[in-house]
Design a protein around this ligand. Structure first.
Ligand code: GCU
Length: 651
């Protein structure tokens, strides 16, 4: 039975401009049927008509000969002269995207004139990785780092089989431009490993449910599968028996799911098995899996998140930030077949502020996926409002050499922030992160502010200006606000160990995880310069290697990521580091107070359940922001002995 789904996103009214028209849909195929069904439904609701012949106001047409080279599978052309609005695609998937384009345009799709314009995604793979466990994990639960209820796919060891909800989910994904999902956690535990073999039928059911919206499924697989699933005595990627096993496994997966997307692999990372165990390289490891998928056109996404998680905190020469580059840059050009190296956008771990990973500029002969984290593990766990669009956009526009990260990437992945919560994302406003990921993955140089406007218009069609203003006010600057009250100047990881929610300045300081800030009575930060530190700054091309090398030229927001400086060090802003710490923590809390006030003023304009959920989360955000402010300020006052120049209360 389909679960009732809160329609607060893509609500029926968003279809009104289209649903009032005469619309023709031409072409055939399953995705065209989806388009036709959407149009029929919208016209049924709002009084329009699905027609076969002219006159019509909108023509959605699939034509195999419509400039396939220009449009590709997923692109479409949209035009409007004196006649109707036309959307033309040469692939079915393009027609579906064209439909959602018209929905986004709303009334604008039916007024004025414009030249034919081609829209096509920057990359072919735009995937959400669900870190969902099939069986409830004793520490991580059903969804690792999940803050939106349970899994959409699994419950306590079994497939949920909720195909109605899955179909609704696929529709949302298609509306965002996302075309793939990974249905299980990158940390592949024993039960989940079997999705590749005897439990593949459950994955096939998910694939069937999401296919009508052009969404393909991927699996996270264990590198040790041949050992744990088949009892082979090795998982050595160069062993013939192992390679045969992977080839047969892939064959069975494709027999069940002909359009299966591929594998994502976390190997030699945080205790996961990998090729190092057999004295092989990661190129060898990825190669075995890529060879198995090659006959079917599947992709291996091989994660670059490889570092020593059992480091001795006393050892100042090991630097976790360096690890991915050190491991992978020498392998450039050695990844065979359809392998994509999936690189977290920063060198450490999805902190609120990190430099862009230098790995993205270091492998010109390797296909790359940039990995973002939509689930807000380190950015407020969907109890805080933290719209990540501006951060992601900064990453995508950042230039490494001649190209931007958006240009360098061959795929985009994000860790999903969705669960079975009625609002999909726990915090209703976190839906904006999901939408923004999809739109930036489609067009990496899109203006995030414009994407936010789209999300507002799609979520609250015909919202009065006061509501749109309010939503903009609470969302647009929320990432910077979050940064202000949490770990300062790029230093990161001052979180509670384990669950990573809330402050604990020294929580990871003497741990094996490689995430230190080195605060003492004189200063704070990590020296990653080439001259006196770990050398990490030297992994960047110019001008970044030069800029990051010196505290004089390093951008303020990354200063403590790259340098250990005295508390009295003067930033480009003119403030000392210590005064910056105090001021920004006070400002961050004030900004949350203001956002809560703005939200309270929107009560008459928003669905009561929505409004109540967000209000309740603002209470927690404010409590937590004050906790961050007070712990951080007290810690640094006690360490440094430098009082706040403005004499505010610090504990
Ligand atoms: C973080 C996160 C883990 C996750 C890991 C990964 O460390 O805390 O839960 O498994 O990233 O990306 O693999």
């Amino acid at each position: 039975m389909a679960t009732a789904v809160d329609p607060a996103w893509l609500p029926p009214q968003v279809w009104r401009p289209l649903g009032r028209r005469r619309v023709a849909v031409r072409g055939s195929g399953p995705l065209v049927e989806t388009v036709r069904a959407e149009v029929t439904d919208a016209c049924g609701r709002f009084g329009g008509e699905v027609v076969r012949e002219e006159p019509y106001d909108l023509l959605l047409e699939l034509r195999a000969d419509a400039a396939p080279d220009e449009l590709g599978d997923e692109g479409f052309a949209c035009a409007r002269d004196d006649g109707p609005t036309t959307v033309t695609a040469s692939g079915q998937h393009g027609l579906l995207h064209g439909l959602f384009h018209v929905v986004r345009l709303g009334e604008r799709a039916f007024s004025g004139r414009w030249e034919r314009r081609v829209h096509r995604p920057a990359v072919a793979l735009r995937v959400l990785d669900h870190w969902d466990n099939v069986a409830v994990h004793p520490v991580m639960g059903q969804v690792e780092r999940g803050y939106a209820g349970g899994s959409l796919f699994w419950r306590e060891g079994s497939a949920r089989g909720d195909t109605g909800r899955l179909r609704a989910y696929a529709r949302l994904l298609a509306a965002c431009g996302i075309n793939a999902i990974t249905v299980n956690n990158v940390n592949v535990h024993t039960v989940e490993a079997r999705l590749l073999t005897d439990r593949v039928a459950e994955v096939a059911e998910i694939a069937d449910a999401v296919r009508p919206y052009g969404v393909r499924v991927h699996l996270a697989v264990s590198f040790a599968s041949p050992v744990v699933l088949a009892g082979l005595d090795t998982a050595d990627p160069l062993d013939e028996g192992v390679r045969r096993w992977w080839a047969e496994a892939a064959e069975r997966v494709y027999a069940a799911i002909p359009d299966f997307g591929g594998f994502v692999v976390k190997a030699d990372s945080e205790g996961r098995p990998g090729p190092f165990g057999y004295g092989r390289s990661h190129a060898d490891g990825a190669g075995a899996l890529a060879a198995a998928l090659a006959p079917y056109g599947g992709t291996v996404r091989w994660r670059a998140f490889v570092y020593d998680h059992r480091q001795d905190w006393r050892d100042r020469s090991t630097d976790r930030a360096r690890a991915a580059y050190d491991h992978f840059a020498p392998l450039d050009g050695r990844f065979a077949g359809d392998t994509v190296l999936q690189v977290k956008h920063g060198p450490v771990d999805f902190q609120v502020r990190e430099p862009v990973s230098p790995v993205l500029g270091a492998l010109p002969r390797t296909r790359l996926a940039v990995e973002f984290q939509a689930t807000q593990e380190y950015t407020g766990q969907q109890r805080h409002v933290c719209w990540l669009g501006p951060m992601w956009s900064e990453v995508l526009r950042f230039r490494l050499g001649d190209e931007s990260v958006g240009d360098l990437a061959d795929a985009f992945a994000a860790v999903s922030n969705v669960g079975d919560d009625p609002h999909w994302t726990g915090h209703p406003l976190a839906q904006a992160n999901l939408y923004t990921f999809g739109r930036l993955a489609w067009q990496p140089d899109a203006d995030p502010a414009a994407v936010l406007e789209e999300w507002i218009a799609l979520t609250f069609p015909a919202a009065p200006e006061r509501l749109a203003d309010g939503l903009r006010a609470v969302l647009a600057g929320s990432w910077r606000t979050y940064e202000k009250y949490t770990a300062p100047l790029g230093v990161g990881f001052m979180v509670q160990p384990g669950h990573h929610y809330g402050p604990s300045v020294d929580g990871y300081e003497y741990s094996p995880w490689g995430t230190y800030h080195f605060a003492d009575r004189d200063g704070v930060g990590v020296d990653r310069s080439v001259a006196t530190g770990t050398g990490y700054a030297g992994q960047y091309p110019k001008p970044w290697s030069r800029l990051y090398e010196s505290p004089r030229t390093c951008p303020d927001e990354l200063l403590l990521f790259f340098h250990h400086v005295p508390y009295g060090h003067v930033l480009h802003s003119g403030k000392t580091v210590i005064q910056h710490i105090y001021d920004t923590r006070f400002e961050g809390v004030e900004e949350v107070e203001e956002a809560r006030r703005v939200w309270a003023g929107l009560a008459d304009l928003v669905d009561p359940a929505w409004h109540a959920r967000v209000s309740e989360r603002y209470e927690e955000q404010l409590r937590s922001a004050r906790e961050w402010r007070d712990q951080l300020n007290s810690y640094f006052l006690r360490k440094s002995g430098v009082p706040d120049a403005r004499g505010r209360r610090i504990h």
